[in-house]
Write a new protein. Structure first.
Length: 251
């Protein structure tokens, strides 16, 4: 078996780890935090599949689990869909938010340990085509949060891949997969005006947040690429904490 085949199998395994139980727990936390209130309609199966990177059957199983718990109800017909029946969970929003903040801290610290160095490697020994492709990504059209997440993931994995270290690239992939499979449910429908002014669009934000990294990599400046990636991750952590603040109020 080649290295690429082995890597593909491990990547597939990480995607399969996003089981219906993981999706159900992420949605359960989102409901408990008030992100989806009583009577609110959940996103469609297609939308949730895209957010979590899983098949519709996985989403269907997760929603069925929530329905059995009495957290959601599903109706058929043109105006039907899955709606939140009542707030879920006995723990307070503040307690749940604190747990998520601790997990977020752990993941961001891990990413800070590996991704800046991955950016340095991409700058110092990445192929020219790979480095130019990172700059081309800056012009990706990003219309909404889902497209931002896909573009952001593509950029970060492109950085990790360009450095030529397969072990490091897999570590970056795993960290993002584990961090966002639950986190996406929190950011879905969040008030992003806490992070971006209402007149800003996600496309402009994506370019501005990644441009300095891409240009440093393109120029072959490893020290600058490493520093710019570290700055970006610290800014991202602050953004996530700002989004979490909207859930931290009392029940």
């Amino acid at each position: 078996m080649s290295k690429s085949e082995s890597r593909d199998e491990r990547t597939a395994g990480m995607r399969q780890a996003a089981s219906h139980a993981v999706v159900a727990e992420a949605l359960r936390q989102r409901i408990a935090l008030g992100g989806f209130g009583p009577g609110d309609k959940l996103p469609t199966e297609r939308e949730l599949s895209a957010v979590f990177g899983v098949g519709r059957n996985t989403v269907r199983q997760a929603v069925r689990e929530l329905a059995e718990e009495g957290l959601v109800t599903t109706t058929l017909g043109r105006s039907g869909g899955t709606r939140v029946a009542r707030p879920g969970g006995e723990r307070s929003r503040a307690a749940i938010t604190a747990t998520i903040q601790a997990s977020l801290r752990d993941y961001m610290e891990y990413r800070l340990a590996i991704e800046p160095y991955a950016a340095r490697l991409a700058a110092e020994r990445g192929a020219g085509a790979a480095r130019r492709n990172l700059v081309a990504m800056l012009d990706t059209e990003v219309a909404d949060l889902g497209e931002y997440h896909r573009a952001d993931t593509g950029f970060h994995l492109g950085i990790a891949s360009a450095g030529g270290n397969e072990v490091l690239a897999e570590a970056v992939t795993r960290a993002r997969a584990e961090m966002f499979v639950g986190g996406n449910a929190l950011w879905l429908g969040s008030d992003w005006s806490r992070v971006y002014p209402t007149e800003r669009d996600f496309g402009a934000a994506f370019r501005e947040e990644h441009e300095a990294i891409a240009l440093a990599v393109l120029s072959g400046d490893g020290a600058a690429a490493e520093a710019r990636m570290r700055d970006h991750l610290l800014d991202s952590h602050r953004q996530f904490l700002a989004l979490l603040d909207q859930f931290a109020g009392n029940d």
